[in-house]
Ligand binder design. Sequence first.
Ligand SMILES: *Cc1c(COP(=O)(O)O)cnc(C)c1O
Length: 421
Amino acid sequence: MDTSLSAARERDAADELTHLRERFHTREDEFYMDGNSLGLASTDAERTLSRAVDDWRDLAIRGWTDADPDWFHYGEQLGARLAPLVGATPEEVVVANSTTVNIHTLIGTFLADNPGTVVVNDLDFPTDHYAIQSQLRLRGLDPDDHLRVVESRDGRTIDEADIKAAVDDDTAIVFMPSVLYRSGQLLDIERITQTAHDHGAFAGFDLAHSVGALPHDLAAWDVDFAVWCTYKYLNAGPGAIAGLYVNKKHFGKTPALAGWWGHDKATQFEMRHDFTPADTAGAWQIGTIPILSAAPLSGALDIFEETSIEAIREKSLALTDYLVALADAELSDCGYAVGTPRDHAQRGGHIALEHDEAYRISLALKARGVIVDFRPPNVVRVCPAPLYSTFEDVWHVCSHLRTVVTDEAYAQFDPRQGGVT
Ligand SMILES: *Cc1c(COP(=O)(O)O)cnc(C)c1O
């Protein structure tokens, strides 16, 4: 691969998605490589957020019926628009709550149906374990006995054979991430689902690091349920409303955390005290939809609807391939190693660069306007987001990654010397 700056510029000029960058608030003085943690604001998301504020001012209570689209069905409407990104039918997806709350209600729902062991892995995002432990305890199941944690062999990745070996006839639910948040490993959702079903267990997934970055086919894979954030690759804003999927064969199950917003819409306002869940994924909503944290998602999705998730995945892989090639050529002699699987079938949208001084590097990069994540103990997480990052950005970021470890000013970032923290 030609890793020169001029080749990077040529690739940007030829790229189909480059024109979408101008819709985002990128900064001249910054290289933003953190779109998998908090996606950038776009003019589209600002427009739909400010329209919600206008509607609040102009319509007040009438917004629930007269806003376009009306606020009463907004969770379902945004869910239907998200459905193609996860390969589901419109009624199988809704936006509601936060990801953590959605893990609570869905794990709780499926545990009530099939009490037993939940299989997770030791590289999971912590909130997933906290929520599952708490749902186990609420059902009188001791997490020490009923949370089975698949261990990583190398501290970076999970071997799918180990997941398979951990699932047995006591397993109630296999709950795994699509993409591991630290190393960026992509698991085989279809195969894990099959393993769970072979043992009579349900298969649920945390798609926080894959929705908006790569295609999913949840219905065809027969996944039972899934959750995800909209503030990462979907760019809906800090703490924006989360998404969830429930396979339609499970409609009618009673949500573990029921609330009036999950009631059958046709009779919700009859205000009866017995709960009739909606016959869609909408049943897993709890309270009133937070319109101001849902509205930016509408504009953010306009951008996705101008392209395809396949094109976005292709661009994402091209950007991370380029980053890996540059890391091999320019960074391996100064202590960096690529900690993400190289096989496309096992890679999400970001690259984990491992370095013994990862923490200091991330601080020094920040001072240079290169925004990355540090993930303990030794990972600099670099995400060239396919909708707004360029090949040229990746080239400059790699150049900074190299310079920073040879820079004298870097010493000030050593926390042991009382430097910047
Ligand atoms: C970001 C992330 C979350 C965050 O959950 P919130 O409830 O939005 O705080 C959960 N799971 C994974 C895997 C994540 O990456």
